[in-house]
Design a protein around this ligand. Structure first.
Ligand SMILES: Cc1cc2nc3c(=O)[nH]c(=O)nc-3n(C[C@H](O)[C@H](O)[C@H](O)COP(=O)(O)OP(=O)(O)OC[C@H]3O[C@@H](n4cnc5c(N)ncnc54)[C@H](O)[C@@H]3O)c2cc1C
Length: 438
């Protein structure tokens, strides 16, 4: 059961397949019932594949149904960084794929007749003059290379647009926007089932073996015995929640807990144009006003068990950005685990014949995770063209493997928040699209 406000407007229905009807065989087993897994299931089922989605908790209860709902165009890493590391051709191809990812969300919404409370418009808000310089030069790059024209806003224009004077300047992008992410998950889950996929919530994949031409996935429904499913292929789409299943993913994808609070409906929205806002801090603040006129505000990160009083973590961030809202009660607050990689590039790969991975969207998965599921489905169907492009993105393991991920996460977060406090330029790149939004 979702603890977010999103559940007031959307809820994933109970699966049609009985929980104890775990198959002996499927064409494809998908581990993880988030946007990645559901999108892969939908596209595979449409192509006639017999698919079993194995989800340890409720469908969409991972990051996918509890995120900030901001739909950002492009890749998580900006085009300047991608060009520097991969060359112009691949960077351009990745730009196109990033555009397709946003397009796919809109196409699916239209196909499913699911509005998902979408509202257009995104604003990047610079917290320092240096960050504003970066926003401007990146806007120039996007215009020169791709003909994209983010609208630059000076301090006064930005303050009028987002109802706070905390920021130096920003850029307005009309291609992205924001939506109720649980509504998107719900629509995708329903469509996947309608297309023939079988969803098994409350069922954990405990391990798998891969041999020539087949894989066997060991799963366990809560309270039941272990059960083996033989398949042609497995997609590991557990993202930041994957644990103990595949070291090649878990050494590369660091789980970080991020926090969100939603206020009671506001009388007047501080963001008259209805855009979503993300700032340029390393430990990013991101906010928007949803269709119910609630401020949905993300701020603060941690590692390890979810904090008991999430509202108390997020409230100071809200008060700092919107002191005028300090008396508005918080209606709900929740946390979610995202998966970040060292380079902030997603880890979308064929690990070996029949074994696929898609994870580590580093805080920009609403479009890209949905798209990755489609790309993996295409690859399983024999068309590896777009998977091959993603596979060029460098995703090295974190030093020390999984053992050091906890201490490393704490160290990284301390480092980022110190940089924020000292207002040091963000690392490792210029440009608002590439801050550490995770
Ligand atoms: C608080 C927060 C805010 C965010 N805000 C944004 C945003 O505004 N915009 C944006 O683009 N992105 C945002 N993101 C990131 C985005 O939500 C993710 O990138 C995206 O949802 C990833 O989807 P996924 O399906 O890969 O992973 P998830 O949705 O996390 O799904 C993985 C699923 O796998 C399951 N699982 C793991 N291991 C097993 C196992 N062994 N057996 C069975 N099931 C298993 C988990 O239970 C989980 O449900 C945010 C993330 C968080 C946490």
């Amino acid at each position: 059961m979702s603890d977010t406000v999103y559940a007031e407007d959307a809820a994933v229905p109970a699966p049609e397949t009985p929980a104890d009807a775990l198959p002996e065989r499927a064409d494809v087993v998908i581990v993880g019932g988030g946007l990645t897994g559901l999108s892969a299931a939908y596209h595979l089922a449409l192509a006639g594949r017999n698919v079993a989605v194995i989800e340890a908790n409720g469908i969409g209860e991972g990051a996918s149904g509890r995120n900030g709902g901001q739909l950002h165009p492009g890749q998580r890493r900006d085009q300047i960084w991608l060009t520097k590391h991969l060359g112009e051709t691949l960077a351009d191809e990745l730009w196109e794929l990033g555009e397709e990812a946003v397009g796919l969300v809109h196409t699916l919404r239209a196909e499913f007749g699911a509005d998902c409370d979408f509202r257009p418009g995104l604003i990047d808000a610079a917290h320092t003059p240096a960050a504003f310089d970066d926003i401007r030069s990146y806007a120039d790059h996007l215009y020169e290379r791709y003909g994209v024209t983010p609208e630059i806003m000076d301090r006064a224009e930005l303050a009028a647009a987002i109802g706070t004077e905390r920021y130096v300047g920003g850029a307005h992008d009309s291609t992205g926007g924001h939506l109720n992410p649980l509504a998107l998950v719900t629509a995708l889950a329903e469509a996947a089932e309608k297309a023939g996929a079988h969803l098994f919530p409350m069922t954990t994949a405990e391990g798998y073996t891969a041999g020539p031409g087949s894989v066997t996935v060991t799963v366990r429904r809560r309270g039941a015995r272990a059960h083996e499913i033989a398949a042609d292929a497995v997609l590991l789409a557990g993202n930041g929640y994957l644990s103990g299943l595949e070291p090649r993913i878990e050494t590369r994808v660091l789980p970080l807990v991020n926090h969100i609070a939603a206020t009671e409906p506001l009388d007047i929205s501080p963001i008259p144009g209805g855009e979503a806002v993300a700032d340029t801090r390393a430990v990013i603040r991101y906010f928007r006003v949803d269709a119910e006129n609630r401020l949905i505000f993300g701020g603060g990160e941690s590692y390890g068990p979810v904090a008991a009083d999430v509202a108390a973590i997020v409230r100071p961030y809200i008060d700092e950005v919107y002191p005028q809202l300090k008396d508005v009660p918080i209606a709900a607050a929740w946390s979610g685990t995202l998966g970040i990689t060292r380079t902030r590039c997603p880890y979308i790969r064929r690990l070996q014949p029949g074994v696929y991975a898609a994870a580590g969207f580093s805080g920009q998965g609403l479009g890209l995770a949905t798209f990755a599921g489609k790309v993996i489905a295409e690859a399983i169907g024999g068309d590896t063209g777009r998977l091959d492009v993603f596979a060029h993105m460098p995703v090295p393991p974190f030093p020390g493997g999984t053992r050091f991920l906890g201490p490393l996460a704490v160290l990284a977060m301390t480092w980022f928040s110190i940089r924020d406090r000292l207002a040091l330029p963000q690392i490792p790149r210029p440009g608002a699209a590439d801050q550490s939004r995770d």
